[in-house]
Design a protein around this ligand. Structure first.
Ligand code: 5MM
Length: 346
């Protein structure tokens, strides 16, 4: 039997406290470059620091955020006033977290599929991150769907599930709550039924491996995709359809011992990701808390308003605060589309 760790279980529960969720600001160098390209801004270390400073020092955002996932560089950076970012967040009651995977690489023997790397030296990196103030970690596995090529293969699903479980066991050993992120991508033209089937296969494999690796489920959070049609599918689904399919899939696969599910947004617009989360939280009593760990669906408006210009800082912070407030409402099933228009102080 796995042992209980009251401190980690308490942190996991704090991360999914009512009204709160997680900001994923752990874009690696390649991903943040893509985001900055969209506003024609060079990805220098100072621009990356200034952007994270904008997000983390947004007045009042701590009301909606329980945690922020950082990238290695960001955990070592400081806010404009000289305080390390981890301290700035902690002083606002926001738990600092850290991405610990080394990215998805080609999986040998399975053309087109990926395996997330980063297990080598993970124990030592986790120990250092905890000293730097991190209290939780994240590892993302990527599962693509290409039905005509037999993708995903069982091999890719199982290899990624195995790595996720080894990561989670090491994170817990090092006193960090692991966020386990198996992301079934929404790229492509597949139906919601196909997404359901692949998500079900993936989660079954992930929880089988977590069990084999003796991971205490009370001390983890799951960060999955929603069950949703591919972006290019001819029929998109309503929030009610997404909510019912997602919860149906999770009831089959996610043990009740897991304290919370924190969704990724995966390329949904801010409004879609908010409406879908809201619909799930209106479905009634469930074994787990349903919250968010969004990257793009929390940052898209703020980034577009900021454009890398100091003069736009306050307006960008208002946009970020607004999005966080609406996503928090959805986390509690209190969101209404008319709230989109009420931007205080703009
Ligand atoms: C914020 O993006 C995270 C890091 O991505 P890379 O490793 O590719 O740079 C990513 O793991 C993120 O936490 C999740 O994908 C959720 O982000 P979205 O934008 O899908 O909500």
């Amino acid at each position: 039997m796995t042992t209980h760790n009251p401190e980690l279980e308490s942190i996991a529960r704090q991360l999914v406290a009512p009204g709160k969720g997680i900001l994923a600001a752990d874009e690696s160098s390649g991903t943040i470059k893509k985001r900055f390209d969209s506003i024609t801004l060079e990805s220098t270390e100072e621009n990356r620091r200034a952007y994270r400073d904008l997000l983390f020092t947004t007045p009042g955002v701590e009301q909606y955020l329980s945690g922020v996932i950082l990238y290695d560089e960001t955990l070592r950076q400081k806010a404009g006033d000289g305080r390390p970012f981890a301290q700035v967040l902690a002083e606002h009651g926001i738990l600092p977290g850290i991405k610990v995977d080394a990215g998805a690489k080609a999986l040998a023997g399975t053309p087109g599929e990926k395996i997330t790397e980063g297990l080598d030296g993970l124990r030592e990196r986790c120990a250092e991150y905890r000293k730097l103030g991190a209290r939780f970690t994240k590892w993302r596995a990527v599962i693509d769907i290409e039905e005509k090529n037999g993708i995903p293969s069982d091999l890719a699903i199982d290899a990624n599930a195995h790595a996720l479980a080894r990561y989670a066991a090491i994170a817990i050993e090092q006193d960090l709550v692991p966020i386990v992120e198996p992301e079934v991508l929404m790229d492509g033209g597949h139906s919601i039924e196909t997404c359901f089937a692949v998500t079900e296969r993936t989660l079954r494999s992930v929880f089988a491996e977590l069990g084999r690796h003796r991971v205490a489920l009370e001390a983890i959070l799951l960060k999955p995709n929603m069950v949703i049609p591919g972006k290019k599918h001819s029929k998109q689904a309503s929030p009610q359809e997404v909510a019912e399919a997602t919860v149906h899939c999770f009831k089959r696969t996610v043990p009740a011992a897991v304290p919370g599910i924190v969704f990724l947004s995966g390329g949904q617009s801010e409004e879609e990701a908010t409406a879908n989360l809201d619909a799930m939280n209106r479905l009634g009593s469930l074994p787990w808390q349903l919250s968010f760990s969004y990257g793009r669906a929390l940052q898209a408006s703020a980034l577009a308003v900021w454009k890398g210009k100091g003069a736009n800082l306050a307006a960008a912070q208002r946009a970020f605060h607004h999005r966080a407030k609406l996503t928090s409402a959805a986390r509690d099933g209190r969101y209404e589309p008319k709230m989109e228009k009420i931007l205080v102080g703009s």
